[in-house]
Design a protein around this ligand. Sequence first.
Ligand SMILES: Nc1ncnc2c1ncn2[C@@H]1O[C@H](COP(=O)(O)OP(=O)(O)OP(=O)(O)O)[C@@H](O)[C@H]1O
Ligand SMILES: NC(=O)c1ccc[n+]([C@@H]2O[C@H](COP(=O)(O)O)[C@@H](O)[C@H]2O)c1
Length: 173
Amino acid sequence: MTRAFYIGRFQPYHFGHHTIIKQIAEEVDELVVGIGSAQKSHESTDPFTAGERVLMVYNALENLPIRHYVLPIEDIKYNSIWVHHVASRTPHFEVVYSNNPLVIQLFREAGVCVKQSPLYIRERYSGTEIRRRMVAGEKWEHLVPKSVVEVIKEIDGVTRLRNVSASDNNSSL
Ligand SMILES: Nc1ncnc2c1ncn2[C@@H]1O[C@H](COP(=O)(O)OP(=O)(O)OP(=O)(O)O)[C@@H](O)[C@H]1O
Ligand SMILES: NC(=O)c1ccc[n+]([C@@H]2O[C@H](COP(=O)(O)O)[C@@H](O)[C@H]2O)c1
């Protein structure tokens, strides 16, 4: 039995993440999805709360054919003990899938097997690009699973993102 770990901020969860998670599900028996930077919300780069992101990911993974867990993970100040921090909040896993250089480095130093997950059409599927579209009033709905559109509409997430982005801009004046 192999259990894998995949972490992202998911601000928001998009088809890039979704495509990779479906590929991972073909290779392992169980998957733990970490909602990273769980303490963050209401910022232009991190507009959604951990709870909202749990809903996005959980609903999008409804039909994933393997057992999976969606768990919020807060950031800590010490990178050197982050792997232990993660381990204390998750079921034990044998392999990590990531593209984030720091995540890869920290897990490899801790002796955990890391597989580099490929990027799926990165220029289209990127949280930064999706948030830019939301603020600019451009179409973004086709870049995320339908269940993510529903969560963002329910919480009026686009208005929130525009408001917090506007206050970011004001504070830098
Ligand atoms: N298009 C994509 N295809 C596959 N994996 C992706 C894609 N975009 C991001 N990832 C990966 O998903 C993980 C989590 O990324 P994250 O939630 O930060 O998404 P992001 O799109 O990079 O967001 P942001 O632009 O806000 O930084 C990382 O390992 C990242 O490399
Ligand atoms: N010291 C820490 O708290 C620490 C270290 C490495 C990664 N992380 C988190 O892991 C997640 C990695 O996901 P991304 O690939 O989306 O950046 C982020 O939420 C990041 O903050 C946290």
